[in-house]
Design a protein around this ligand. Structure first.
Ligand code: NAD
Length: 479
């Protein structure tokens, strides 16, 4: 049994409590490793190590910091197979997806922020009498808390800009998917990162996450996860005047106008609904289809979805793997039941899958498509975060924009139309941090990433992330 350790002050150490949590392989439903059940005492040790490391790391020439980060990116690429298989076993997603998306993107995160920091310049504002210039200094010790759906991808998306800007980090991956963060620590060591710069504490949100949130020496929290957890974190951190970046839940609309390229819209919408078992915050789970092409779209969409084989994530032919945990699997199934109670018709899927062999007790659900629900029922308003999508017909642009904007969320939206003016108009009217037109999940890491309403506060990505992890100080000089 593989026992995971915390990484504090450059060393792998046991949790102070000596206790461990079971870590399950979702595809088999069996315990395959142990995760430290850490608490505030481990966070305290990490903060001490981070405070000690801060003068060294923040004082290091930026080119040197960049070199270390680029080395980590290279190591991740070199060890792609090992990391991808660890991610798949820990999370349940298909191995090909871990290889094609999760691990390459984690490497890219280190590469991107490791180079972006070399181009991060501050502003100057001059008049005839005065010169203002703005210094940007690292915050100090910061907390990064990440979820289970894209484990290393989102973990590195936070820690890379925090580290690039010279901060020391106390990071907490999800207790459901701790493995790749644990393996990453080894690469950071090899890459020459000084001890204490990155500290990784494993364990429960209510213990480790809460301890990070309320620690007085941690001055900024970057969090990705559920909206309710984000509210809990804000409740503690806001009165302490910590900087907060909150990337929260979504219930993303995918709007199909009758003048779209139907073939592309149907194929990409199927991917957008079910990639990673529908466990991506950007998945388009509410599909609004203009009435005149409703049947044609439905036919093509369902024919793609029917080809999404569910099964062992290690098998190359598997399109959809296992859901991350039994609790989450039960939650998704309960939403399928709710949809039926709300009058929905299941067009495909809706059932548990028990693949033969090693995965027979894993947490699998068929990709499920439902129609006949009103846009404002619970199924269409609450985040399910699994392989469940609904089809809702609409008549006019005004109507669909109102339906799309009707949830509390506002993370991402997709619009399908060949009409340029309509595309821009709808994009402007959607309450959403991100809008994709005729595409989905195209990610340019320079762009601002985040949501509005209950989908979050602040933006990640590009210079936004470097700004979040630095404090601006304006200096005014009389000339
Ligand atoms: P979660 O909120 O349960 O947990 C996220 C992280 O927070 C975990 O590491 C967890 O241990 C920790 N945590 C839990 N309680 C805490 C507390 N009281 N204080 C501090 N930390 C705590 O979310 P999840 O179930 O891991 O992830 C799924 C959610 O994440 C979905 O809602 C999804 O939409 C969202 N998500 C959002 C984005 C985005 O970019 N907006 C990206 C991915 C996932």
């Amino acid at each position: 049994m593989n026992t995971i350790s915390n990484f504090i002050g450059g060393e792998f150490i046991k949790p102070v409590s000596g206790n461990y949590l079971d870590n399950y392989e979702p595809a088999t439903g069996e315990v395959y490793s142990l995760v430290p059940d850490s608490d505030e005492r481990d966070v305290e040790l990490a903060v001490i190590a981070a405070q000690k490391a801060f003068p060294i790391w923040s004082g290091m020439p930026v080119e040197k910091r960049s070199e270390i980060m680029l080395r980590i990116a290279d190591f991740l690429t070199l060890h792609l197979e090992r990391f991808a298989s660890a991610e798949t076993i820990d999370q349940g997603k298909p191995l090909w997806l871990s290889k094609a998306m999760d691990i390459p993107r984690a490497a890219q995160n280190f590469h991107f922020f490791g180079t972006e920091i070399l181009h991060f310049a501050s502003e100057a504002h001059a008049t005839n009498q005065h010169l203002n210039y703005t210094l940007r200094t690292p915050i100090g010790v910061v907390g990064c808390i990440s979820p289970w759906n894209l484990p290393l991808y989102l973990f590195s998306w936070k820690i890379a800009p925090a580290l690039a800007t010279g901060n020391c980090v106390i990071a907490k991956p999800s207790e459901l998917t701790p493995m790749t963060a644990y393996l990453l620590a080894e690469l950071c060591q090899k890459a020459g990162m000084p001890p204490g710069v990155l500290n990784i504490i494993h364990g429960l949100g209510a213990k480790v996450g809460a301890a990070i949130t309320k620690h007085t020496a941690i001055h900024a929290i970057s969090f990705t996860g559920g909206t309710k957890t984000g509210a809990d974190i804000a409740r503690t951190a806001a009165p302490m005047f910590k900087k907060l970046s909150l990337e929260l839940g979504g219930k993303n609309p995918n709007i199909i106008f009758d003048d779209c390229n139907l073939g592309e819209a149907a194929l990409t919408s199927a991917r957008a609904a079910f990639t990673n078992q529908g466990e991506i915050c950007l998945c388009g789970s509410r599909i609004f289809v203009q009435q005149s092409i409703y049947d044609a779209f439905k036919e093509q969409f369902l024919s793609h979805v029917s080809r999404f084989t569910v099964g062992d994530p290690l098998e190359p032919g598997t399109v959809q793997g296992a859901l991350v945990s039994k609790a989450h699997w039960e939650k998704v199934l309960s939403y399928i039941e709710l949809a039926k109670q709300e009058g929905g018709t299941v067009l495909c899927g809706g059932n548990v899958v028990n693949p033969e062999g090693r995965c027979e007790n894993g947490w699998f659900i068929e990709p499920t498509v439902i129609e006949g629900l009103s846009y404002d029922c619970r199924t269409n308003q609450e985040e399910i975060f699994g392989p469940v999508a609904t089809l809702v017909p609409f008549e006019t642009e005004e109507e669909v924009v109102a339906m799309a904007n009707s949830t509390n969320y506002g993370l991402a939206a997709v619009v399908w139309t060949e009409n340029l003016s309509k595309a821009h108009r709808v994009a402007a009217n959607l309450q959403s941090g991100i809008v994709w037109i005729n595409c989905w999940m195209v990610r340019d890491l320079r762009t601002p990433f985040g949501g509005v309403k209950h989908s979050g506060v602040g933006r990640e990505g590009g210079f936004e992330a470097l700004k979040f992890f630095t404090e601006p100080k304006n200096v005014c000089v009389k000339l």
